[in-house]
Design a protein around this ligand. Structure first.
Ligand code: R2B
Ligand code: URA
Length: 296
């Protein structure tokens, strides 16, 4: 862990007995429910709350119907804890997901009492959907590096004084182990770079938004550029996720996204409900293969 990047000025007061309010999760560090989360070994993130409750049920079924504990507030994020895994939704896009990730990092710090070795044991993953780049719908991409639409890492404005920059690298050993755990599954799975757009339409160079700034030519030029640079898919959270987890030095995290379409062929998501279900099941299967291989 990178101790120097942890906000000790705030977080050490919490370990000393002050209360941290994880506002968007509707829980605080003095809530007895969090005692049940102390043994957390993995934090699994997905965009939708429905997906989170399905994951928790699946994990419970794999663990003798272990109890599922939820947090009552669900208007922002849906949270479930079951058998050592904390499942939480993060909404869409980096502004939403960054709130979830920051509050969950604070929660993990509290749950592990600031113990670096215990924190480093926690595995983090986002499981989601994406647009494929040169890959057909239904391919699972395990991300090697998260970047913004200009192929540079995640950064935020620092007032009028430049930017805060982050490292979007995903740990290569974890990505490889996730692919290996699903080697015999028959699921098409690829390793590759992933772009996180700040917008589904404009920063993903779509021509079907209400607002369109691109031409068919400029859109294809961008897609061909990122394709040639090893980008395999486009989603909306990964560059921030890797950036924040790297900032604290978490060694084990990943992103597993299924593609819904090949962006070289179009912009609209036209897959049927059944196809979309099959596609997203695949990323869940890949996650669960790795989780069962590593956590039991
Ligand atoms: C993938 O899908 C969502 C947009 O449809 C977004 O949250 C993402 O990263
Ligand atoms: N999610 C995205 O962000 N982009 C896509 O094209 C599909 C899903």
């Amino acid at each position: 862990m990178h101790d120097e990047n942890i906000n000790h000025a705030f977080l050490d007061g919490i370990l000393a007995g002050e209360v941290d309010v994880y506002y968007h999760f509707g829980v605080a560090s003095d809530d007895p429910v969090l005692e049940q989360f102390r043994d957390v070994r993995a934090v699994i993130l997905a965009g939708s709350g429905e997906r989170i409750s399905e994951f928790a049920q699946r994990w419970s079924a794999l663990h003798d119907n272990a109890p599922i504990v939820g947090l009552p507030k669900e208007e922002r994020f849906v949270t479930r804890y079951c058998a050592g895994v904390l499942f939480a939704s993060h909404g869409m896009g980096m502004p939403s997901a960054s709130i979830a990730v920051q509050e969950l990092m604070r929660m993990v710090y509290f749950l592990k009492r600031g113990d670096h070795d215990a924190m480093a044991e926690v595995f983090w993953a986002r499981v989601g959907t994406s647009g494929g780049v040169g890959l057909p719908g239904g391919t699972v991409v395990v991300t090697t590096e998260g970047l913004m639409a200009d192929l540079r890492p995640f950064r935020l404005l620092k007032g009028g004084e430049g930017e805060y920059w982050f490292d979007g690298t995903f740990p290569a050993d974890v990505a490889r182990a996730i692919v290996d755990a699903s080697a015999d599954s028959g699921i098409p799975i690829e390793l590759g770079r992933t772009i996180a757009g700040n917008e589904f339409f404009l920063e993903q160079f779509r021509l079907d938004g209400a607002i369109c700034m691109e031409t068919p030519e400029s859109k294809m030029a961008w897609l061909e550029w990122i394709n040639a640079e090893g980008v395999r898919n486009i989603e909306m959270e990964g560059a921030m996720l890797a950036g924040y987890l790297n900032h604290w030095g978490f060694p084990k995290f990943a992103m597993i996204c299924t593609t819904l379409l090949n962006r070289l062929d179009g912009d609209q998501v036209t897959a049927t409900k059944e196809e979309l279900h099959t596609f997203s099941e695949r990323s869940g299967d890949v996650l669960f293969a790795y989780l069962t291989a590593t956590l039991g």
